[in-house]
Design a protein around this ligand. Structure first.
Ligand code: ZN
Length: 835
């Protein structure tokens, strides 16, 4: 540095401070290192203890015989940590997060990436093998409802697909959403169906993933994920006789290894994912690990591995898929040619390919392809060509296919460019990739972990949708529970039992099996549709959510008919008495769903006139507390088989915070003989605090605190919404109340609880007097639309327990006839959030 005076390192106090800080930093680094070593040592010791324990127990069970020490490891999902350390090429996502600085520097043309360089001779021996994969992303509901999208866009896309692919055998297309495809299939004639079959057989049309929808992977329960996959695959098998091989999930907001596991189990070998944190994409691009074998965390074998391709850039649209520079790639989206409705925001429009410009255009595009190719280990390159609801108009197909075909012809006529380019399906691409792997011995790294939480830019973490519209998330679980844990089981049992009863493999004529089966399939499909990544996520517009809610509601009603009718048959001792009359069902449910946006209401059981039947869907004995509503406090519960009186507890049904109903009473019972009732109503000042005495005699201090997050308030700042969680800088704020809460204390032999009634919600802590600690938290939000953009958070803290209230809300309800639900989460508000 010119003009700088050389100075002794101890000359000034400032330098002394620097030196001290440096030494301190060194000590901290050393301590961190020691801590890491220590953690590893503790982990090894823990693994060793587990291993020895498992071995000892195995030996003990084996009665001292020569049992292999590894036999305990044979159980799926029971792997010790050391078992899954395989090879040096494996990637653990949790380790990756430790490496990433999350600093978000400007990467130039590829904003979230880096400059990509190449020499030009990289493809001399192995030419670039390009597959351009036309696709159209059709959301089964988002801004418009499923049916509106279908009428306005989807059916035109599919109709044009038939014509345009048939015009030229080199043209290809992939399709993912079977909900739309099956709806269209129902409307087309035999001739068109034959055309579809020919296109599929010729490899021009590929059905990818085969799911009913492109499912969300964060909120969906695994059964519902599987349900939508089965529904789509069965449809494909029945109508087209095909089995999907490759998965395509470009829009779900983060990706889960559970979906990977299901896809592998469904027979898929490959998959593509897209919405991954931009810093992770950049890291994987630098490491050339965008393609990997996704392995389950608990599995040390390659048995469940699936080849996964992660898209490197910001989006799945054309500007972000041909290469790193969106301003260039946009020029090759010929749907944006001047005069059409869509344009390039980078203000350089596409040009139609002509003899005059083809060389310049082809080289410009080739440069992007080459740069993208440098991010992968193989010279086989996947480039998607599409966007949301693309290829609606016939002219759009012509613009894309004819211009690209000219470019491909040019590439193929110039071998010195070392590129083979063509339209392809997803499986065309993966087959070429696997061929290259086989020919060269190239291996892909293995990866374990999940891709949550997604951020598309800055600190925009997409965790808002984990809790958006909790009412509908609960309705989703209510339908799933009705479908899976009662109707499917009872319908199947009834068919089997009827065939056995008649002895001629036929059903009882009065039982409407075909109608019930249609109801069952409709229920499965309603649940499947709601797994779409704008449905269960809560990110669709209000009218679309109402449409989904209505479908879920009708599905529950229709499944209940199947359930009631099936249970009727199964319960009858004299089967000859069976008759079906839907207007007068033999059994009534103990709760009533009156509307898609209302909570089910318990119907009081009239004592002395009705009996209660409870269905246990598990294959084992259960001990649990059953709550029902009765019309008299003088209730006692008798086992219908033995005549024994069972223990029961009568509690109040509260119509207002301090007013109990005189017409309805809650009866909870388990096998303890006693009846007890006590209500205390009092006001508590200050935070809710009490002491809890455990069975061991220990007393624990328990405190409940409610916190809420606001959102950012600055000008031009993005706000929390259906997708994003962007809390204000002040962080979580204590929930404050002007009036102290009304507190109700209820004690009894079956359970005791404390309910605090605040202005906006009530909160109940219920302790069941069962073996061990059985604690349930119930939060009921009382006010509709509490506050847009205020993400409410309730946390329960003590020195032994911690839970967020949402965990309680999403639990499935009980499955009984009449249904007696033991889950009492009651979100009576529909919290709307808008992005
Ligand atoms: Zn989408």
């Amino acid at each position: 540095m010119q003009g700088a005076e050389p100075r002794h390192s101890w000359d000034t106090p400032a330098i002394q401070v620097d030196e001290d800080l440096s030494q301190l930093q060194h000590k901290i680094d050393r301590l961190e290192h020691l801590l890491k070593d220590n953690n590893q040592l503790v982990a090894m010791l823990r693994d060793s203890v587990l291993h020895n324990k498992a071995s000892w127990e195995t030996g003990r069970r084996g009665g001292g015989t020569n049992v292999s020490l590894d036999s305990a490891h044979g159980l799926p999902g029971c792997r010790l940590a050391e078992d899954i350390k395989d090879g040096t090429d494996g990637v653990q996502l949790l380790d990756v997060y430790d490496l990433l600085p999350f600093d978000n520097p400007d990467g130039g043309a590829w904003k979230q990436g880096f400059e990509i360089h190449y020499h030009g001779n990289e493809w001399d021996k192995q030419p670039l093998e390009l597959f351009l994969v036309p696709h159209s992303h059709n959301d089964p509901g988002w801004v418009k409802t499923f049916d509106s999208y279908y009428q306005d866009q989807t059916k035109h896309i599919l109709n044009n697909m038939l014509l345009k692919l048939s015009e030229d055998h080199r043209r290809k297309m992939i399709w993912a959403e079977i909900s739309y495809f099956s709806k269209w299939w129902n409307e087309i004639d035999k001739q068109k169906r034959e055309m579809v079959k020919r296109l599929v057989e010729a490899g021009q049309l590929e059905l990818v993933t085969g799911g009913w929808v492109m499912a969300d992977e964060a909120n969906s329960h695994y059964f519902a994920m599987l349900d939508q996959l089965i529904e789509g695959h069965q449809w494909l098998q029945k109508h087209l006789g095909v089995k999907p091989r490759s998965g395509w999930a470009v829009d779900p907001f983060g990706h889960s290894p559970s979906m990977t596991y299901l896809l592998k189990g469904a027979g898929l070998s490959n998959m593509v994912i897209q919405r991954i944190h931009y810093a992770v994409k950049k890291h994987f691009s630098q490491q050339q690990t965008l393609e990997f074998l996704w392995r389950q965390s608990w599995d040390s074998s390659p048995h469940n591995d699936i080849t996964c391709h992660m898209m490197p850039f910001y989006s799945y649209d054309v500007p972000h898929t041909c290469g790193p520079n969106p301003a260039v790639c946009c020029q090759f989206d010929f749907h944006r040619l001047p005069g059409r409705r869509v344009f390039c925001p980078w203000r350089i429009p596409p040009q139609p390919i002509t003899e005059q410009n083809i060389k310049e255009r082809a080289l410009l595009l080739l440069d992007q392809y080459r740069q993208k190719s440098r991010l992968f280990r193989s010279p086989v390159l996947l480039v998607p060509l599409g966007d949301d609801f693309r290829y609606v108009e016939s002219s759009e197909w012509d613009a894309q296919f004819s211009n690209y075909q000219k470019l491909f012809d040019y590439f193929n006529q110039h071998p010195e460019l070392h590129i083979k380019a063509r339209f392809g399906t997803l499986s065309d691409y993966f087959e070429a990739l696997h061929r290259h792997q086989k020919a060269t011995g190239m291996n892909l790294p293995t990866l374990r972990g999940d891709f949550f939480t997604y951020a598309d830019r800055d600190d925009h973490y997409w965790s808002g949708y984990f809790t958006s519209r909790p009412f509908y998330k609960r309705l989703d679980r209510a339908l799933e529970a009705t479908l899976r844990y009662s109707t499917e089981i009872l319908f199947s049992l009834t068919l089997a039992e009827m065939r056995r009863f008649r002895g001629d493999s036929r059903l009882v004529p009065d039982y409407p099996a075909p109608e019930h089966f249609r109801g069952l399939v409709a229920g499965r499909r309603s649940l499947a549709l709601f797994q779409h990544h704008d449905a269960v996520t809560g990110t669709a517009r209000d009218p679309v959510m109402v449409d989904y809610g209505t479908r879920l509601f009708h599905a529950i009603l229709s499944l209940r008919h199947v359930l009631q009718s099936s249970a009727h048959w199964l319960l009858l001792v004299d089967k000859t008495q069976y008759h079906h009359d839907q207007s007068k069902p033999f059994l009534q449910m103990d709760d009533v769903f009156s509307a898609h946006d209302a909570l089910p209401q318990k119907t009081p059981l009239t004592l002395s006139h009705e009996s209660l039947i409870i269905f246990n869907p598990t294959e084992q004995l259960r001990s649990s507390v059953i709550n029902i509503v009765v019309d008299s406090p003088d209730a006692h519960v008798v086992d219908a088989e033995t005549g024994h009186t069972l223990a029961a507890q009568i509690s109040a049904v509260w119509v207002e915070p301090s007013r109990a109903s005189t017409e309805a009473f809650q009866a909870g019972n388990r096998s303890i003989i006693s009846l007890f009732k006590q209500f205390d109503v009092s006001h508590l000042k200050g935070p809710e605090a009490s002491k809890l005495r455990l069975q061991s005699g220990l007393v624990r201090q328990v405190q409940v605190q409610f916190l809420w997050y606001g959102t950012r308030t600055g000008m031009n700042q993005d706000k929390s919404g259906a997708y994003l969680f962007l809390p204000g800088e002040e962080g979580a704020q204590p929930y404050s109340f002007s009036e102290p809460p009304l507190v109700r204390v209820s004690r009894g032999p079956v359970f005791s609880d404390i309910t605090s009634c605040f202005q906006h919600f009530t909160h109940t802590v219920r302790l069941y007097h069962l073996d061990g600690i059985k604690l349930r938290l119930i939060i009921s939000l009382l006010q509709l639309n509490i506050k847009v953009n205020a993400d409410k958070l309730g946390a329960y803290m003590s020195d032994f327990y911690f839970v967020f209230y949402f965990l309680e809300i999403i639990l499935p309800s009980g499955l009984v006839i009449p249904s007696v639900t033991s889950v009492s989460a009651e979100p009576s508000c529909r919290c709307t959030q808008a992005r």
